[in-house]
Design a protein. Structure first.
Length: 249
């Protein structure tokens, strides 16, 4: 009787060990993050630039001429990438590849722009080359986003907008600049990864103009970088811009 009992104990122990090994020793997989862009669900690519294809929440008709932005500290599970410049106009930076992602549930998050700790003036040579710097009179460092185009003003004439996001700076006293970190964390939640995968990250460009602040381009159009309050409004609107799209695996 004792031999029979020990036989079943050994079988049970061996079975548990095998189950554990099969779950713990899964091979890591490759994951590609893919940024896509839309205006309230309508895809936006560089081919759509320079035409008045879109209408803001406030009712202004707009055309897009440039859209490029930085995401940093891109984290998927235990893997991390320092930063990426996404440039819609030249179809660049859309993909971030992770080659060693553990299978299972992984959290996906990143920072829009650079946190103060990473927003160090002059250190990113590729960003220097493409003029993504912020002038020293505004505290240096780097843009978070350069979003430029035209809108139809109240006289239905073409007018420029430069919706640029940077670290907010109060220049009331030029000798004592006051900064506020207006970068923000985008957490797209937990994703169950069971194979090589492509994960879509969607930017709804329309959200920059509507949530929670309805943006009036007739009031806030250019010279937004030195506007301390405008930069905080941009940051608030950006928090609803990115969402998780399709996960293909």
């Amino acid at each position: 009787m004792k031999k029979i009992i020990w036989f079943f104990v050994i079988i049970a122990f061996t079975s548990c060990k095998d189950d554990t090994d099969c779950c713990v020793n899964l091979e890591p997989v490759n994951v590609t993050l893919k940024f896509t862009h839309n205006w309230d669900g309508t895809p936006v690519t560089a081919s759509n630039f320079n035409s008045f294809n879109y209408v803001t929440e406030n009712g202004e008709s707009v055309s897009i001429e440039r859209l490029r932005y930085v995401v940093s500290n891109v984290n998927l599970g235990g893997e991390s990438k320092p930063y990426q410049l996404v440039d819609l106009g030249i179809n660049s930076g859309f993909e971030i590849i992770f080659n060693n992602v553990a299978q299972g549930v992984n959290n996906l998050n990143f920072t829009f722009g650079f946190s103060d700790a990473d927003n160090i003036d002059g250190v990113y040579q590729d960003l220097n080359t493409v003029s993504f710097n912020v002038p020293g009179m505004l505290g240096g460092g780097y843009h978070y986003m350069q979003f430029d185009g035209k809108y139809k003003d109240t006289n239905n004439l073409d007018a420029n907008f430069n919706y640029h996001a940077i670290r907010a700076v109060n220049r009331s006293d030029p000798n004592n600049l006051i900064f506020e970190d207006t970068s923000f964390l985008v957490n797209l939640g937990n994703i169950d990864i069971t194979n090589n995968a492509t994960i879509e990250i969607k930017m709804n460009i329309a959200e920059w103009f509507k949530n929670p602040n309805t943006w009036d381009l007739n009031q806030l159009n250019t010279v937004l970088m030195p506007n301390f309050e405008a930069q905080k409004l941009i940051s608030a609107n950006g928090k609803s811009v990115f969402t998780l799209g399709d996960v293909l695996q």
